[in-house]
Design a protein around this ligand. Structure first.
Ligand code: WQD
Length: 343
């Protein structure tokens, strides 16, 4: 099968391409390097021990996308490309709506023109409303998003649903990620946030490697056992394998299918820190700080539907993710070095 991967140089894109190549899928990837680096693509080829076609381009560029689709006969698309920082989306809503919605609509237009009818979409648990009981199921209420980033994911899910309603032979998988963490066990690819990290794991890793003085724990007065927020942290390799399972599923099932990609386990911030310290034998200096606006106290997934229908279940532990992240961060203290090998 020929798979077209947008955002292929990104955190989840690189790990997913590696899984696809290992299973002998043919991959063509695109990335504009607005939030990633060319060396990530080279590292994936090195780890896979095989080449794949890559284009530096923006998915919103319809003529370029059409040119790529005319050169390759794709069986399925995985759409990762998009802006993904919830906090930044509050400051720059128009950028987020334009980029995330235009890229999805442009891709659907080019797919339709080139008779490609299967797509796996990178969605998010941020589409769920804040007042849902836990664990979150795929039938939990959606559409009370707390930031423009979440709204763009909610709107893209709606766009894809309406495209399927108008084209009954299309197959769409909407994958709602919980909190992807970790890195490939080689330490050669990993999460490389640009600028000051937003998410917990890269913040911890950059603190321990010495790039940041200490970790701020955003609030310890929530209604949880230890007062800190609870999340569902899932190893990025398990997320990548979930995409392979979704490709297989939509190859046999038309229509729109929604799946949570989580572990079903909730971990608090303090439990996370303790797990990281035990797994790496490193100390994580931290200070309790004020709450971060918009943080939900508890968020974790029901994984029954993905297990029963995708026949996929997360296999790695948070301790594995901490070990793998630390190997990546200690081998790459400054993340991917910027070498513009495609220029
Ligand atoms: C986790 C917990 C923070 C940093 C993420 C992605 C979002 C979506 C859902 C995919 C919170 C606390 C964090 C720090 C801290 N995933 N924290 N100090 O907010 O759940 O959202 O998962 O779409 O895109 O951003 O993840 O890692 O930012 O925060 O105390 O320096 O860690 O308060 O409780 P979040 P996060």
């Amino acid at each position: 099968m020929n798979i077209f991967v947008t955002g292929g140089a990104g955190y989840i894109g690189t790990h997913t391409i590696l899984e696809l190549l290992a299973l002998d899928y043919n991959v063509v990837a695109v990335d504009d390097f607005s939030n990633s680096k060319p060396i990530a693509i080279e590292r994936v080829k090195e780890l896979a021990g095989r080449d794949f076609t890559f284009y530096e381009a923006n998915v919103c560029n319809i003529s370029k996308m059409d040119e790529i689709f005319s050169k390759h006969k794709f069986d399925c698309v995985i759409h990762f490309a998009g802006k993904k920082a919830p906090g930044e989306s509050v400051e720059k809503p128009l950028e987020y709506y334009k980029n995330n919605l235009d890229s999805t609509m442009a891709l659907c237009e080019v797919m339709k023109k080139n008779n490609v009818k299967k797509i796996v979409f990178s969605s998010s648990c941020t589409v769920y409303g804040a007042n849902n009981p836990m664990p979150l199921t795929e039938n939990s209420s959606v559409g009370e998003c707390i930031n423009p980033y979440g709204w763009t994911k909610f709107m893209c899910e709606q766009i894809l649903t309406d495209v399927v309603n108008a084209n009954k032979d299309w197959s769409v998988a909407l994958l709602r990620y919980f909190n992807p963490v970790g890195a490939h066990e080689s330490g050669r690819i990993g999460e490389d946030p640009q600028g000051i990290p937003i998410n917990l794991m890269p913040h911890i890793a950059q603190t321990v490697v010495g790039r940041i003085k200490y970790l701020h724990v955003f609030g310890d007065d929530y209604d949880t056992p230890d007062g800190t927020c609870i999340r569902d942290y899932i190893h990025v390799v398990d997320v990548a394998k979930g995409h392979v399972a979704a490709i297989k599923y939509i190859d046999k099932n038309a229509g729109v299918s929604t799946f949570n990609l989580g572990t079903g386990d909730g971990t608090s911030v303090l439990e996370f820190i303790s797990t990281f310290e035990t797994a790496t034998n490193k100390n994580v200096p931290y200070k309790i700080s004020p709450r971060r606006p918009g943080d939900a106290p508890i968020c974790y997934a029901s994984t029954n539907k993905a297990e029963n229908e995708l026949h996929w279940k997360a296999e790695k532990s948070l301790a594995n993710a901490c070990e793998d992240t630390w190997r990546w961060q200690s081998m790459n203290p400054n993340g991917y070095e910027r070498k513009n090998i495609y220029k």
